[in-house]
Design a protein around this ligand. Structure first.
Ligand code: PLP
Length: 327
Protein backbone atom coordinates (compact mmCIF):
# COMPACT_ATOMS: atom_id res chain seq x y z
CA UNK A 1 0.00 0.00 0.00
CA UNK A 2 2.18 2.84 1.24
CA UNK A 3 5.80 3.41 0.32
CA UNK A 4 8.28 6.17 0.96
CA UNK A 5 9.23 7.67 -2.38
CA UNK A 6 12.21 9.88 -3.05
CA UNK A 7 10.97 13.41 -3.69
CA UNK A 8 13.80 15.00 -5.69
CA UNK A 9 12.85 18.66 -5.78
CA UNK A 10 16.28 19.87 -6.91
CA UNK A 11 16.09 17.68 -10.02
CA UNK A 12 12.47 18.69 -10.64
CA UNK A 13 13.40 22.35 -10.47
CA UNK A 14 16.03 21.93 -13.13
CA UNK A 15 13.67 19.96 -15.40
CA UNK A 16 10.78 22.43 -15.28
CA UNK A 17 12.81 25.63 -15.57
CA UNK A 18 12.10 26.13 -19.29
CA UNK A 19 8.34 25.67 -18.89
CA UNK A 20 7.11 26.80 -15.46
CA UNK A 21 8.24 30.21 -14.22
CA UNK A 22 9.75 31.21 -10.88
CA UNK A 23 6.81 33.07 -9.31
CA UNK A 24 6.95 36.31 -7.30
CA UNK A 25 6.61 36.52 -3.52
CA UNK A 26 4.69 39.73 -2.82
CA UNK A 27 4.29 41.36 0.62
CA UNK A 28 0.71 42.03 1.73
CA UNK A 29 0.48 45.02 4.03
CA UNK A 30 -3.25 44.58 4.79
CA UNK A 31 -2.81 40.88 5.64
CA UNK A 32 0.32 41.67 7.68
CA UNK A 33 -1.66 44.20 9.69
CA UNK A 34 -4.57 41.78 10.12
CA UNK A 35 -2.28 38.95 11.26
CA UNK A 36 0.15 41.00 13.35
CA UNK A 37 3.14 39.53 11.49
CA UNK A 38 4.70 39.78 8.02
CA UNK A 39 2.57 38.07 5.37
CA UNK A 40 3.57 37.36 1.75
CA UNK A 41 1.63 35.97 -1.21
CA UNK A 42 3.25 33.35 -3.48
CA UNK A 43 1.61 34.12 -6.80
CA UNK A 44 1.14 30.90 -8.75
CA UNK A 45 -1.48 32.85 -10.66
CA UNK A 46 1.43 34.17 -12.75
CA UNK A 47 2.25 30.75 -14.26
CA UNK A 48 1.57 30.68 -18.03
CA UNK A 49 -1.48 28.45 -17.37
CA UNK A 50 -2.52 30.61 -14.36
CA UNK A 51 -2.05 27.79 -11.82
CA UNK A 52 0.75 25.87 -10.09
CA UNK A 53 -0.24 22.51 -11.64
CA UNK A 54 2.11 23.32 -14.51
CA UNK A 55 5.04 22.54 -12.18
CA UNK A 56 3.91 19.00 -11.42
CA UNK A 57 2.81 18.21 -14.97
CA UNK A 58 6.11 19.50 -16.43
CA UNK A 59 8.13 17.64 -13.79
CA UNK A 60 6.38 14.34 -14.54
CA UNK A 61 6.32 14.58 -18.34
CA UNK A 62 9.96 15.66 -18.52
CA UNK A 63 10.97 12.75 -16.26
CA UNK A 64 9.65 10.23 -18.83
CA UNK A 65 12.11 8.45 -21.12
CA UNK A 66 12.21 9.93 -24.62
CA UNK A 67 10.19 7.08 -26.20
CA UNK A 68 7.39 7.34 -23.60
CA UNK A 69 7.20 11.07 -24.07
CA UNK A 70 7.00 10.64 -27.85
CA UNK A 71 4.13 8.11 -27.44
CA UNK A 72 2.02 10.82 -25.79
CA UNK A 73 0.35 11.44 -22.43
CA UNK A 74 -3.19 11.00 -21.12
CA UNK A 75 -5.23 12.59 -18.39
CA UNK A 76 -8.87 12.88 -17.37
CA UNK A 77 -8.89 16.35 -15.79
CA UNK A 78 -10.55 19.36 -17.40
CA UNK A 79 -9.40 21.75 -14.71
CA UNK A 80 -5.98 23.20 -13.99
CA UNK A 81 -4.24 19.83 -14.29
CA UNK A 82 -5.72 19.01 -17.71
CA UNK A 83 -4.78 22.43 -18.93
CA UNK A 84 -1.24 22.04 -17.59
CA UNK A 85 -0.77 18.65 -19.26
CA UNK A 86 -2.07 20.03 -22.58
CA UNK A 87 0.22 23.05 -22.30
CA UNK A 88 3.36 21.02 -21.53
CA UNK A 89 2.56 18.61 -24.38
CA UNK A 90 2.17 21.47 -26.80
CA UNK A 91 5.44 23.05 -25.69
CA UNK A 92 7.25 19.72 -26.12
CA UNK A 93 5.53 18.89 -29.42
CA UNK A 94 3.95 15.67 -28.13
CA UNK A 95 0.31 14.58 -28.03
CA UNK A 96 -1.91 15.05 -24.98
CA UNK A 97 -5.20 13.14 -24.79
CA UNK A 98 -7.77 14.47 -22.33
CA UNK A 99 -10.76 12.23 -21.53
CA UNK A 100 -13.85 14.10 -20.41
CA UNK A 101 -17.46 13.34 -19.56
CA UNK A 102 -20.21 14.72 -21.82
CA UNK A 103 -21.19 17.14 -19.02
CA UNK A 104 -18.06 19.27 -19.42
CA UNK A 105 -18.98 22.83 -20.55
CA UNK A 106 -18.10 23.67 -24.20
CA UNK A 107 -15.82 26.52 -23.11
CA UNK A 108 -13.54 24.12 -21.25
CA UNK A 109 -13.45 21.70 -24.18
CA UNK A 110 -12.57 24.54 -26.56
CA UNK A 111 -9.77 25.72 -24.26
CA UNK A 112 -8.21 22.24 -24.30
CA UNK A 113 -8.57 21.93 -28.10
CA UNK A 114 -7.01 25.38 -28.50
CA UNK A 115 -3.97 24.01 -26.67
CA UNK A 116 -3.81 21.23 -29.26
CA UNK A 117 -5.08 18.44 -27.03
CA UNK A 118 -7.03 15.47 -28.38
CA UNK A 119 -10.30 15.54 -26.44
CA UNK A 120 -12.11 12.21 -26.03
CA UNK A 121 -15.71 12.42 -24.80
CA UNK A 122 -16.42 9.26 -22.81
CA UNK A 123 -19.56 8.68 -20.78
CA UNK A 124 -21.62 10.71 -18.39
CA UNK A 125 -19.35 10.93 -15.35
CA UNK A 126 -15.80 11.70 -14.32
CA UNK A 127 -15.45 8.03 -13.32
CA UNK A 128 -16.26 6.91 -16.86
CA UNK A 129 -13.86 9.48 -18.31
CA UNK A 130 -11.16 8.11 -16.02
CA UNK A 131 -11.91 4.51 -17.08
CA UNK A 132 -11.62 5.53 -20.75
CA UNK A 133 -8.30 7.25 -20.00
CA UNK A 134 -6.88 4.02 -18.56
CA UNK A 135 -8.13 2.07 -21.62
CA UNK A 136 -6.36 4.52 -23.92
CA UNK A 137 -3.18 4.16 -21.86
CA UNK A 138 -3.32 0.37 -22.46
CA UNK A 139 -4.49 0.40 -26.10
CA UNK A 140 -2.12 3.11 -27.30
CA UNK A 141 0.80 2.56 -24.98
CA UNK A 142 0.67 6.07 -23.55
CA UNK A 143 1.47 7.40 -20.06
CA UNK A 144 -1.18 8.53 -17.59
CA UNK A 145 -0.27 11.79 -15.84
CA UNK A 146 -1.79 11.75 -12.36
CA UNK A 147 -2.96 15.10 -10.94
CA UNK A 148 -1.40 14.54 -7.49
CA UNK A 149 -0.43 11.00 -6.45
CA UNK A 150 2.96 10.67 -8.17
CA UNK A 151 6.47 11.36 -6.77
CA UNK A 152 7.52 13.45 -9.81
CA UNK A 153 4.32 15.50 -9.66
CA UNK A 154 4.82 16.04 -5.92
CA UNK A 155 8.46 17.05 -6.53
CA UNK A 156 7.30 19.56 -9.13
CA UNK A 157 4.86 21.17 -6.69
CA UNK A 158 7.65 21.11 -4.08
CA UNK A 159 9.71 23.53 -6.19
CA UNK A 160 7.43 26.22 -4.73
CA UNK A 161 9.00 25.58 -1.30
CA UNK A 162 12.52 25.79 -2.74
CA UNK A 163 11.74 29.25 -4.14
CA UNK A 164 10.14 30.41 -0.88
CA UNK A 165 13.17 29.22 1.12
CA UNK A 166 15.46 31.29 -1.13
CA UNK A 167 13.33 34.43 -1.08
CA UNK A 168 12.40 34.32 2.62
CA UNK A 169 14.95 32.22 4.53
CA UNK A 170 13.25 32.79 7.91
CA UNK A 171 9.75 31.77 6.73
CA UNK A 172 7.85 30.18 9.64
CA UNK A 173 4.39 29.23 8.31
CA UNK A 174 3.11 28.44 4.81
CA UNK A 175 -0.64 28.19 4.15
CA UNK A 176 -1.37 25.71 1.34
CA UNK A 177 -4.68 24.85 -0.39
CA UNK A 178 -5.40 21.13 0.01
CA UNK A 179 -7.34 18.71 -2.20
CA UNK A 180 -5.57 15.54 -3.40
CA UNK A 181 -2.51 16.70 -1.49
CA UNK A 182 0.15 16.90 -4.22
CA UNK A 183 0.69 20.59 -3.51
CA UNK A 184 0.75 20.20 0.28
CA UNK A 185 2.97 17.06 0.19
CA UNK A 186 5.42 18.77 -2.13
CA UNK A 187 5.59 21.97 -0.12
CA UNK A 188 5.83 20.19 3.26
CA UNK A 189 8.60 17.97 1.92
CA UNK A 190 10.33 21.00 0.37
CA UNK A 191 10.20 22.88 3.67
CA UNK A 192 11.64 19.82 5.41
CA UNK A 193 14.54 19.83 2.93
CA UNK A 194 15.21 23.56 2.50
CA UNK A 195 13.65 25.37 5.45
CA UNK A 196 13.37 22.94 8.35
CA UNK A 197 12.18 25.57 10.82
CA UNK A 198 9.03 26.22 8.82
CA UNK A 199 5.66 24.51 8.99
CA UNK A 200 3.01 23.94 6.29
CA UNK A 201 -0.68 24.35 7.14
CA UNK A 202 -3.23 22.55 4.93
CA UNK A 203 -6.41 24.48 4.10
CA UNK A 204 -9.58 22.90 2.65
CA UNK A 205 -13.22 23.90 2.28
CA UNK A 206 -15.84 22.62 4.72
CA UNK A 207 -17.84 21.33 1.71
CA UNK A 208 -16.17 17.94 1.70
CA UNK A 209 -12.50 18.07 2.76
CA UNK A 210 -11.67 14.50 1.76
CA UNK A 211 -7.99 14.50 2.82
CA UNK A 212 -8.92 15.97 6.20
CA UNK A 213 -11.66 13.35 6.66
CA UNK A 214 -9.20 10.63 5.66
CA UNK A 215 -6.63 11.80 8.22
CA UNK A 216 -9.32 11.74 10.91
CA UNK A 217 -10.32 8.21 9.87
CA UNK A 218 -6.69 7.04 9.69
CA UNK A 219 -7.09 5.81 6.10
CA UNK A 220 -8.26 7.22 2.73
CA UNK A 221 -12.03 7.62 2.61
CA UNK A 222 -14.49 8.52 -0.12
CA UNK A 223 -17.26 11.11 0.15
CA UNK A 224 -19.79 12.60 -2.27
CA UNK A 225 -18.77 15.95 -3.77
CA UNK A 226 -20.71 19.15 -3.17
CA UNK A 227 -20.90 22.43 -5.06
CA UNK A 228 -18.33 24.87 -3.71
CA UNK A 229 -16.64 28.12 -4.71
CA UNK A 230 -13.40 26.16 -4.29
CA UNK A 231 -14.16 23.96 -7.31
CA UNK A 232 -10.49 23.17 -7.98
CA UNK A 233 -10.36 21.52 -4.52
CA UNK A 234 -13.26 19.17 -5.22
CA UNK A 235 -12.77 15.42 -5.54
CA UNK A 236 -11.24 12.65 -3.51
CA UNK A 237 -7.77 11.35 -2.71
CA UNK A 238 -8.50 7.83 -4.07
CA UNK A 239 -9.02 4.83 -1.82
CA UNK A 240 -5.79 3.30 -3.11
CA UNK A 241 -3.80 6.50 -2.51
CA UNK A 242 -0.11 5.64 -2.66
CA UNK A 243 1.85 8.75 -1.66
CA UNK A 244 0.07 11.94 -0.67
CA UNK A 245 -1.95 10.54 2.25
CA UNK A 246 1.20 9.22 3.98
CA UNK A 247 3.27 12.31 3.19
CA UNK A 248 0.62 14.67 4.52
CA UNK A 249 0.06 12.49 7.59
CA UNK A 250 3.79 12.42 8.37
CA UNK A 251 4.72 16.02 7.54
CA UNK A 252 1.72 18.23 8.34
CA UNK A 253 0.28 18.88 11.80
CA UNK A 254 -2.10 21.79 11.21
CA UNK A 255 -5.26 21.95 9.11
CA UNK A 256 -7.89 24.65 8.69
CA UNK A 257 -11.35 24.36 7.11
CA UNK A 258 -13.05 27.43 5.62
CA UNK A 259 -16.70 27.88 4.63
CA UNK A 260 -18.19 29.38 1.46
CA UNK A 261 -18.71 32.81 3.01
CA UNK A 262 -15.07 32.97 4.11
CA UNK A 263 -13.83 31.87 0.68
CA UNK A 264 -15.88 34.55 -1.09
CA UNK A 265 -14.70 37.19 1.37
CA UNK A 266 -11.08 36.16 0.72
CA UNK A 267 -11.58 36.34 -3.08
CA UNK A 268 -13.05 39.82 -2.67
CA UNK A 269 -10.25 40.85 -0.32
CA UNK A 270 -7.61 39.81 -2.86
CA UNK A 271 -9.32 41.81 -5.60
CA UNK A 272 -9.92 44.85 -3.38
CA UNK A 273 -6.47 45.01 -1.78
CA UNK A 274 -4.19 43.50 -4.45
CA UNK A 275 -6.23 43.71 -7.65
CA UNK A 276 -5.89 39.96 -8.02
CA UNK A 277 -8.52 37.76 -9.66
CA UNK A 278 -8.16 34.48 -7.81
CA UNK A 279 -10.23 31.29 -7.98
CA UNK A 280 -11.97 30.03 -4.84
CA UNK A 281 -9.62 27.09 -4.33
CA UNK A 282 -6.67 29.48 -4.40
CA UNK A 283 -8.14 31.95 -1.90
CA UNK A 284 -8.61 29.47 0.97
CA UNK A 285 -5.23 30.31 2.55
CA UNK A 286 -6.20 33.97 2.86
CA UNK A 287 -9.59 32.89 4.27
CA UNK A 288 -7.79 30.73 6.86
CA UNK A 289 -5.45 33.54 7.91
CA UNK A 290 -8.27 36.07 8.19
CA UNK A 291 -10.18 33.61 10.42
CA UNK A 292 -7.29 33.41 12.91
CA UNK A 293 -6.85 35.61 15.95
CA UNK A 294 -4.21 38.34 15.26
CA UNK A 295 -0.87 37.27 16.74
CA UNK A 296 -1.80 33.57 16.77
CA UNK A 297 0.15 32.60 13.65
CA UNK A 298 3.95 32.34 13.71
CA UNK A 299 5.49 34.64 11.08
CA UNK A 300 6.80 35.39 8.60
CA UNK A 301 3.84 33.80 6.83
CA UNK A 302 3.54 32.81 3.16
CA UNK A 303 0.14 32.12 1.59
CA UNK A 304 0.20 30.09 -1.62
CA UNK A 305 -2.22 31.66 -4.11
CA UNK A 306 -2.54 28.56 -6.27
CA UNK A 307 -4.51 29.68 -9.35
CA UNK A 308 -6.53 32.32 -11.17
CA UNK A 309 -8.92 30.25 -13.28
CA UNK A 310 -12.09 31.65 -11.80
CA UNK A 311 -15.42 30.90 -13.49
CA UNK A 312 -15.85 33.90 -15.87
CA UNK A 313 -19.44 34.36 -14.70
CA UNK A 314 -18.16 35.08 -11.18
CA UNK A 315 -15.84 37.89 -12.15
CA UNK A 316 -18.51 40.60 -12.37
CA UNK A 317 -19.79 39.76 -8.89
CA UNK A 318 -16.25 39.57 -7.60
CA UNK A 319 -15.29 43.08 -8.64
CA UNK A 320 -18.62 44.63 -7.58
CA UNK A 321 -20.40 44.45 -4.23
CA UNK A 322 -22.65 41.61 -5.37
CA UNK A 323 -22.87 38.37 -3.39
CA UNK A 324 -21.29 35.19 -4.77
CA UNK A 325 -23.46 33.55 -7.45
CA UNK A 326 -23.66 30.38 -5.32
CA UNK A 327 -24.16 31.92 -1.88
C1 PLP B 1 -5.36 21.29 -7.88
C2 PLP B 1 -5.45 22.58 -7.17
C3 PLP B 1 -5.24 22.68 -5.78
C4 PLP B 1 -5.03 21.48 -4.89
O1 PLP B 1 -3.90 20.72 -5.20
P1 PLP B 1 -3.78 19.21 -4.71
O2 PLP B 1 -2.41 18.80 -5.10
O3 PLP B 1 -4.85 18.42 -5.40
O4 PLP B 1 -4.01 19.21 -3.23
C5 PLP B 1 -5.26 23.95 -5.21
N1 PLP B 1 -5.49 25.06 -5.95
C6 PLP B 1 -5.70 25.00 -7.27
C7 PLP B 1 -5.92 26.27 -8.01
C8 PLP B 1 -5.66 23.76 -7.95
O5 PLP B 1 -5.87 23.72 -9.27
Amino acid sequence: MSSTPEIDIVAARQRISGIAVRTPLVPSLPLSEAAGTDVYLKLETTQPTAAFKLRGAASKILSLPEEDRAAGVVTASTGNHGRAVAYVARRLGIEATVCISDGVPPGKVAALRDLGARVVVAGASQTEAMRRAFEIVEEENRTFIHPFDDPEVIAGQGTIAAEIAEDLPDVATVFVPLSGGGLLSGIAEGLRQFSPGAEAVGVSMTRVPVMYMSLQAGHPVDAPEEETLADSLRGGIELDNRYTFDLVRRLVQQFVLVDEEEIWEAMRFLFREHRLIVEGGAAVGVAALLARRPGSVRGPVVIVISGANVEPSYVAALVSAAPAPTL
